[in-house]
Design a protein around this ligand. Structure first.
Ligand code: ATR
Length: 286
């Protein structure tokens, strides 16, 4: 049982397998201190085999937690095990934020909120783009597709190495979404006002691909949800070709806001000090 529970302060968790690289404890720990709140937020390593038991103990109140975050590989299982999903989690098929209310487990997905909220702060007006290109059709892509669609961007093109995965996402998220394989990338990027990388290309020094952004719309924005390194090869190419860019760290910070408010009762602000804490942490352990 978490210590804070013993003194009647709310305790929240982040669970995954593995979990030790999660930066969420830094984010929530910063806000707890900043707002002078009693409470705790701790990493809990739970294997896929034990995840259902973990959720049962949360539901029954024996874990001592009021809720928490769920990360890889438990996001889909969280969706299946929760008693109530909101529309966002239900459509995506994955949840990252849980809370307990009247002995029931509620689940939502705040990744899309984190994505749009970051751009709203960094690049207001980003959502005026007529056409968006989303590279990637994996787990991380879903919340991005959903949130860009819900913001009203009319034409969304998902481009993925494995075409059937792009097709599956397009079918899931509706008529305004078009699916393509990688060979179509150069063509759909032409005239687009927004480009989003949701693949692992360029992450942690992994290989990336060359993209010609030069035919994008005037004032177009290129963004990446990868944040290690902060300037990914894709962002560097876009910057060198004269386009505005936004890095992926803000999405991580902003997706944490709704959960913190739910568990600890205060809506926190993402500020420069918090961002710098994570930037410094990335330098120590990329
Ligand atoms: P996540 O949950 O982080 O999105 P994922 O579900 O494994 O992880 O998806 C990774 C994404 O990166 C996919 O879109 C993947 O393309 P495939 O669906 O074809 O696998 C994409 N990706 C990873 N490595 C890639 C590479 N070398 N070239 C192109 N796309 C790549």
């Amino acid at each position: 049982m978490p210590d804070s529970h013993r003194i009647n302060a709310p305790a929240a968790f982040v669970t995954g397998w593995p979990i030790k690289h999660s930066r969420s404890p830094i984010i929530h720990g910063y806000w707890l201190k900043h707002y002078g709140l009693q409470g705790s937020y701790d990493p809990v390593a739970v294997t896929p085999e034990d995840f259902a038991c973990f959720i049962t103990s949360l539901k029954e109140g024996t874990s001592g937690f009021v809720g928490g975050n769920v990360t890889i590989p438990h996001k889909e299982a969280a969706c299946l095990l929760a008693d109530h999903l909101d529309e966002l989690a239900s459509e995506i098929g994955a949840a990252n934020t849980l809370w307990r209310e009247d002995g029931r487990i509620y689940a939502t997905n705040t990744d899309g909120y984190g994505f749009v909220s970051n751009l709203d702060h960094q690049v207001p007006g980003w959502d005026k783009a007529d056409r968006a290109v989303i590279l990637g059709a994996g787990g991380a892509s879903r919340a991005v597709v959903q949130s860009v669609r819900d913001r009203g961007v009319k034409e969304i093109h998902i481009v993925n190495r494995t075409m059937p995965r792009a097709r599956e996402l397009a079918d899931r998220f509706g008529k305004s979404i078009h699916a393509h394989g990688l060979p179509a990338l150069a063509e759909v990027v032409q005239g687009a006002g927004l480009f989003i990388n949701t693949t692992s290309l360029g992450m942690d020094g992994l290989e990336s691909i060359d993209i010609d952004f030069s035919e994008m719309a005037t004032g177009a924005l290129v963004t990446d949800i990868v944040y290690v390194p902060l300037e990914t090869p894709i962002l560097r190419q876009a910057r060198e070709q004269g386009y505005a860019t936004a890095d992926g760290l803000g999405m991580l910070l902003h997706q944490a806001v709704p959960g913190f408010e739910k568990w600890f009762g205060t809506r926190p602000e993402v500020d420069e000090t918090l961002r710098q804490l994570i930037v410094d942490d990335i330098k120590v352990e990329p």
